[in-house]
Write a protein that binds this ligand. Sequence first.
Ligand code: FAD
Length: 523
Amino acid sequence: METKLKAYLVGGGIGSLAAAAFMIRDGHLPGGNITIFEAAPILGGSLDGAGDPVHGYSLRGGRMLTTDNYECTWDLFKTIPSLSFAGQSVFDETVAFNVEHPPHSMARLVDRQRAKVPVTSMGFSMKDRSELLRLSCTDEDIMDGSAITDWLSPGFFETEFWYMWATTFAFQPWHSAVEFKRYLHRFLMEFTRIETLAGVKRTIYNQYDSLVLPLQAWLKGQGVHLITDCKVTDFEHEFVDGKFTVTAIHCLRQDKSEVIAVNAGDLVFMQNASMTDASTLGSMTSAPRKLNKGFSGGWALWEKLAEGRPQFGNPAAFNRCIAQSCWESFTVTLKNPEFFYKMKRFSGNDAGTGGLVTFKDSNWLMSIVLAHQPHFPDQPVDMQVFWGYALFPDRVGNFVPKPMSECSGAEILQELCGHLRFDMESVESAICIPCRMPYITSMFMPRMEGDRPLPVPMGSGNFAFISQFVEIPGDVVFTVEYSVRAAQMAVYELLHIDRKVPPIKRHDRSLTVQIKALLKAFK
Ligand SMILES: Cc1cc2nc3c(=O)[nH]c(=O)nc-3n(C[C@H](O)[C@H](O)[C@H](O)COP(=O)(O)OP(=O)(O)OC[C@H]3O[C@@H](n4cnc5c(N)ncnc54)[C@H](O)[C@@H]3O)c2cc1C
């Protein structure tokens, strides 16, 4: 029987792309019945990767994945064909790549003398251990709205563990204690190998090329309508049988207003906000512009919807303080292998096997990652690309007398070479593109129960949220997995799909993992 149901997805991040795929694969909705509206000129949202050999490449982020978690992500990508290897799925190619290039970091932390810090001990005092144990055993409702600093003493934030955990996952001391606790549970296996990052899985190229493009190609092949340069500005709604039901979508398509009717039975999914909203790129000679949500309008639709509707959450909990949610990343394109040679000599790792190298005493708290090369499919063999980031861009540097937020790409390279004690010649002719992200850790801000809506909010008839700002018990934000899980939950509920969303694996309940973690904490 031909289905008349249509689905509209607002936002073209991995969450929406995944939702479209689940509707087709598991809900048997024809692709032609699905439309995605994306405000940006390309799909993929935060999972970007752009540039060329002449102007330099840029990535807002480089992603670490695992195969011990990421249940929904791999459930999806097991059925999405690879663009590089005929007959293989994206999951197959990723697993094979990681078998060939296993991560084993040998220079996870570097101190102010440029010495590699021994990290087999986590550096805990007895007080740290007991406070950490108390935090990890406390119920979320008791921790509601609190920050990590409400639970752990100042000494904890000087431990090797904190430097590794905080820079692996981008936590700050003022972030949500609930989220920090969830991370300890969800990634307990990573706790046992945090110093080598041995559990981390990487994609072959950057995640735009390795995850977004294959999924986009598959959706296109299924006939999904992918509409870019189209910003949704409002919804019309009515209450049908007492349920909030979207009846029309207002959008600006290439700056022209359009209204799309949503008929009875049709579904609407919305990506409420984005961690990369209002992000800006700089250049070798200029720092990124400092924008906010007032300029981008990226939170406006959620704010409008949530006004007077507590079941749609509380965006202000997340976007209220840029000083607490902003950091900067940078991407470096090199035309000379010297920097990579020197890094190999210093760290002991070939590119792609080391993971994050963090300069733990740097004022900016700077880290870099040298991924396996090439990191872009069109990258020439004599070029290298690496990514880095810093958690405190508002602080004056150690080698550049300026906050990172005011630095050009050239100045960021000067600071980096200072920490590494490398000559500036090793980055001669490099292109460094800085990227400011004012809301990058907005999902980590302390929150109260109810600040995030459920994927399908209470009292919703045909409407769901898919994002990092929904409530999924037991799962952790700042992951691809969270958005894909939100998508799978929302789609299965609204389409009444009789298949289980893959459950979160409870490694924290495994006795072996618990013993390993305790041994690690007491080492
Ligand atoms: C620097 C960085 C490092 C990261 N590291 C990791 C990591 O190591 N491991 C990991 O798993 N994850 C990591 N992540 C997180 C991961 O990339 C994100 O969680 C994920 O990509 C979010 O996807 P999303 O679809 O929910 O949202 P987004 O990617 O933010 O997409 C939302 C999209 O919706 C669009 N949109 C919003 N409102 C509208 C509207 N009204 N009209 C039209 N379009 C709209 C936006 O333009 C955007 O494109 C990292 C992210 C960054 C930026």
